[in-house]
Design a protein around this ligand. Structure first.
Ligand code: ATP
Length: 587
């Protein structure tokens, strides 16, 4: 799709900035305008002061008058510095203020998208850029606002001022600045090329660095004695990157040198012209001094605008466009309907394919799960168990066929009254109580109930590690305690059990839990789940026995369906899996 460009995206962003806080936005425009005008005023006062100083030397004015002009010039200097500070500081305050709105917009948009989109790396890339865009938006928009209300005022004034002094001065200054603008533009373009070509190498060496230093990897890397290996790979990709940067820097510096020489020659010509004009009394001494002092300022504002401001904005405007596109997407209607009473869950010829893959993860599944039933789903790795659970929860939409609760398609239903313990569960760095009651923070927590759930899930609050009971902070990030993988899993189970639900899905909830506790938990599940529909995914077939019904998945299809007794008496997938696990324990 064609990019909408800097202006259109900035205008859209400016609308969001205005809506976030109209008063603050207008105040910023006011400050920026005064800031631009203050530099123009300074040039005028400087000319006046030097002209008056000449008059004073010729005894045309008294000392008091020249002092007044000196004070006036000092005040315009002070105003410039003051407005510089106020403008910059207010821009930061505006950024924080608008940030509240952009953050909310991005979080609402993320909440609206289909969960399956997180499985698509292109889409993930887009979302990450949109998140960056939400942070960059204010600064990209401020570039446009400053261009209009600061730089245009200052450059416009200087153009007018020089032109009225001597038209040739105005024109020469523009000509002298062309090499400066060109060099900055070439630099920005080269930088972009360098970024594009170095991005994969950068990813490569960051990956090798992570393999040596990241908490997740470094123990294994050290144990395997692979540090040297990664170090070599790291050094080699760093060398490639350095070479790219060196060539880009060399080109940039050579170009800068040539263009700087052109600019210096141009300066020399302008100063010579100024000298001639003042000697011929075509311009005043004050105008000579004011122009001389302003050339440097003009140059620095020009290079700041082109290389820093516009350069940065043009590099980042694409992320702002992603942000604006993302927040205007309306792809996923809000799930609003409540579930019907005593519903059966029906899957009618359901198939599902993950984005960017070409094979169905689930293939033409038809299944009815009766209200209140406990269903175990078993099968080899990759047979589709987790995917089936996600479709039943309504997190993913079927590619073909339909999942219904009663007669209502699951995509129209809210997630209320559905609870789950995920295979990859969240480790929220919060207190035990917050971890458990995260699904109903708007209601006061029932402490007795929380304690009971902790007891049932094996979260041993009396244990000395949970020194503050329910208020114990978990995770080192916020000075909490570190707990083991199995203990985190028990917290996740407790969270799943605490949530009020008529459907609970447990996707391998006990993989990290010791066998004794696991047996106790499964025995308790029967009681905990007796008034709900429960779906349990497990690799340990001994625990599948507690279910009323077991289905066996293979290559995305149901290959067996029955209770433990029926399946164990039938030659098939379940019996062979069960026998092989049993042998492991009995031999
Ligand atoms: N994010 C994904 N993107 C693409 N394909 C995926 C993704 N997740 C799973 N798959 C594929 O879908 C199929 C089913 O995966 P699923 O995770 O549902 O299996 P599973 O039975 O739960 O496996 P396990 O027992 O290992 O947890 C597999 O072939 C897997 O490769």
């Amino acid at each position: 799709m064609k990019s909408k460009g800097f202006f259109i995206n900035s205008l859209k962003g400016i609308k969001i900035m205005f809506e976030a806080n109209p008063a603050m936005f207008l105040l910023h425009i006011f400050f920026t305008t005064i800031h631009g005008a203050s530099w123009a005023l300074q040039v005028l006062f400087m000319q006046k002061f030097f002209d008056m100083a000449q008059n004073y030397a010729a005894n045309k004015i008294d000392f008091g008058t020249i002092i007044l002009y000196l004070i006036g010039m000092g005040l315009t200097y002070a105003l410039c510095q003051l407005m510089n500070g106020v403008d910059n500081c207010h821009a930061r305050i505006l950024d924080i203020n608008v940030g509240k709105r952009t953050n909310r917009l991005i979080h609402e948009s993320i909440d609206r998208i289909n969960v399956v989109e997180f499985e698509d790396t292109n889409r993930l890339d887009f979302i990450n850029k949109a998140i960056n865009g939400s942070r960059n938006m204010v600064w990209v928009c401020l570039t446009l606002l400053d261009l209009v209300f600061f730089y245009t005022i200052y450059f416009g004034f200087m153009g007018w001022y020089l032109f009225t002094l001597k038209p040739i001065l105005g024109i020469s200054i523009v000509i002298v600045f062309i090499p400066c603008v060109l060099s900055k533009l070439v630099h920005v373009m080269n930088f972009k090329k360098l970024e594009d070509s170095s991005a994969p190498i950068r990813r490569e060496y960051e990956n090798y660095e992570r393999c040596m230093t990241d908490k997740e990897f470094f123990k294994e890397t050290r144990l395997l004695g692979a540090t040297d290996f990664f170090n070599r790979l790291y050094t080699s990709s760093l060398r490639k990157l350095n070479r790219l940067v060196f060539i880009a820097q060399l080109k940039k510096n050579l170009l800068n040198l040539i263009l700087d020489i052109v600019t210096v020659i141009g300066y020399g010509i302008i100063i010579y012209m100024l000298f001639r004009f003042v000697m011929n009394q075509e311009i005043s001494v004050g105008a000579f001094a004011a122009v001389l002092a302003s050339i440097y300022r003009l140059y620095s504002f020009m290079s700041e605008l082109v290389s820093e401001r516009i350069g940065w904005a043009s590099e980042n405007v694409a992320t702002v466009e992603n942000f604006l596109d993302f927040i205007s997407e309306k792809n996923n209607p809000e799930k609003l309907m409540s579930k019907p009473q005593n519903y059966d869950i029906k899957l009618n010829n359901v198939s599902f394919i993950y984005p960017m893959t070409d094979k169905n993860a689930l293939d033409n599944i038809s299944l009815t799960i009766h209200n209140g039933q406990t269903l175990a789903i078993v099968g080899e790795n990759g047979s589709g168990k987790t995917t089936l659970c996600r479709l039943i929860m309504g997190l993913y939409e079927a590619s073909e066929g339909e999942v219904t609760f009663g007669d209502i398609p699951v995509r129209y239903l809210s997630y209320d009254n559905t609870s789950a313990v995920f295979q990859k569960y969240g480790q929220y760095k919060m207190t035990v109580q917050e971890n458990l009651s995260i699904s109903q923070m708007d209601k006061p927590a029932n402490e007795a109930m929380l304690m009971d759930i902790c007891d049932k899930s094996g979260v041993l609050l009396k244990d000395e590690s949970y020194k503050d009971g329910l208020n114990t902070m978990l995770g080192r990030d916020f000075d909490g305690i570190e707990i083991s993988g199995g203990q985190w899993q028990r917290i996740a189970i407790a969270r799943g059990l605490f949530r009020h639900s008529d459907l609970i899905i447990l996707d391998e909830p006990t993989a990290a839990i010791d066998p004794l506790e696991e047996t106790r938990l499964y025995n308790d599940f029967i009681n905990i789940c007796n008034d709900k529909t429960a779906i349990l995914v497990t690799h340990r077939l001994g625990s599948a026995k507690i279910a009323d019904r077991i289905i066996v998945l293979k290559d995305g299809q149901i290959v067996q369906d029955g209770n433990h007794r029926q399946l164990i008496n039938t030659d098939g997938e379940y019996k062979s899996m069960y026998e092989s696990q049993r042998k492991w324990y009995s031999e």
